[in-house]
Design a protein around this ligand. Structure first.
Ligand SMILES: NC(=O)c1ccc[n+]([C@@H]2O[C@H](COP(=O)([O-])OP(=O)(O)OC[C@H]3O[C@@H](n4cnc5c(N)ncnc54)[C@H](OP(=O)(O)O)[C@@H]3O)[C@@H](O)[C@H]2O)c1
Length: 293
């Protein structure tokens, strides 16, 4: 497949830098390479065009516009061409998405939908707090929670408060001021910066800890089950064709559109990594393989 554009995510930056929340750095090194990424070309989500198909593959034809996520730990989307399984996490690309939007469609959207709808089982009318509301995951979470009829409070930096409201937040508050006391039915802490979040939950509230360290992930397994008190949710999200189809359905219902922060040519990918490393990017970063002249 010829890659037209690819998302550059916090996950890519973590793998490149072998950085992980407390206790999990060595795990990243073991899985992805001891002295640097074992796979030299990173990148998982892409938008592109099919340039060749394997024998017997009928799902796609040469020239088809597609988007998706490269299989497992193969990565390789930050390149002009990548080989993916026709039966893997790949879909026809809709005309309602620009190429950068298609390239950045899945990372934040799948994460937000998995945490809000599956792990935290969000119900209409519930009070939701999104911490990190204008990054890749948070901007998707605000949109999806709003669409589900939740009352959404967004925590963002002062310069991003208007953006948070445009995404669907009912209330937007600067995270440098005192945090809202709650109680909230669901808190999504994207950057993992609210140590007292559990105390801000209503009875039977759920805390989605998206950037979780090892103790929190283990703690999540030991917390009470659904309906038995406050619950910590910190699982790795499921990347499946069903989850991708659900996100597409949300997009078709005008409930989700990836927020594009910056688009870089491939030659400036180091700048994009630096922005992802900062932990303060707006929405998604996209790498264009062949920018228009
Ligand atoms: N569990 C899973 O399966 C899973 C899956 C995917 C991703 N993740 C994790 O999700 C994280 C990526 O999130 P992302 O891509 O959305 O990150 P991002 O785009 O870099 O956004 C980070 C957000 O956090 C905000 N922020 C930074 N410092 C803050 C503070 N002190 N208080 C409140 N907000 C603060 C930033 O706001 P400002 O820019 O306004 O400062 C920004 O909106 C990564 O840690 C990744 O490992 C987990």
């Amino acid at each position: 497949m010829a890659v037209e554009a690819a998302g550059l995510t916090a996950g890519d930056a973590r793998i490149r830098g072998a950085r992980a929340p407390g206790g999990m750095g060595p795990m990243i090194r073991l899985v992805f390479g001891l002295r640097g990424p074992r796979r030299p070309v990173l990148g998982r989500e892409y938008a592109g065009r099919v340039v060749a198909v394997g024998a017997g593959m009928t799902q796609f034809r040469v020239g088809d516009a597609v988007f998706g996520i490269t299989d497992g730990m193969h990565m390789g989307a930050h390149a002009e061409f990548v080989c993916v399984k026709a039966t893997g996490l790949i879909l026809p690309r809709p005309e309602t998405l620009s190429v950068p939007e298609a390239a950045a469609f899945f990372f934040g959207g799948l994460t937000a939908a998995d945490f809000l709808l599956d792990q935290c089982a969000l119900q209409p009318g519930e009070r939701v707090l999104v911490v990190g509301a204008t990054g890749a995951v948070g901007s998707a979470a605000v949109q999806i929670a709003h669409h589900h009829g939740a009352h959404v409070t967004a925590l963002a930096s002062a310069e991003n408060l208007d953006l948070a409201r445009q995404l669907g937040a009912d209330v937007a508050q600067d995270y440098r001021t005192a945090p809202p006391p709650g109680p909230f039915d669901v808190i999504l802490d994207v950057p993992g910066v609210m140590p007292d979040a559990l105390a801000r939950l209503a009875d039977c509230g759920r805390l989605g800890l998206i950037t979780a360290d090892l103790p929190s992930m283990l703690g999540a397994m030991l917390r009470p089950g659904r309906g038995e008190g406050r619950r910590l949710c910190a699982n790795v999200i499921k990347e499946t064709r069903q989850a991708m189809a659900r996100l597409m359905a949300l997009h078709e219902a005008a409930a989700y559109r990836p927020l594009i922060g910056s688009v870089f040519p491939l030659s400036e990918i180091a700048l994009a990594h630096a922005q992802a490393d900062s932990g303060h990017k707006r929405g998604n970063l996209v790498i264009e393989m062949a920018p228009k002249a």
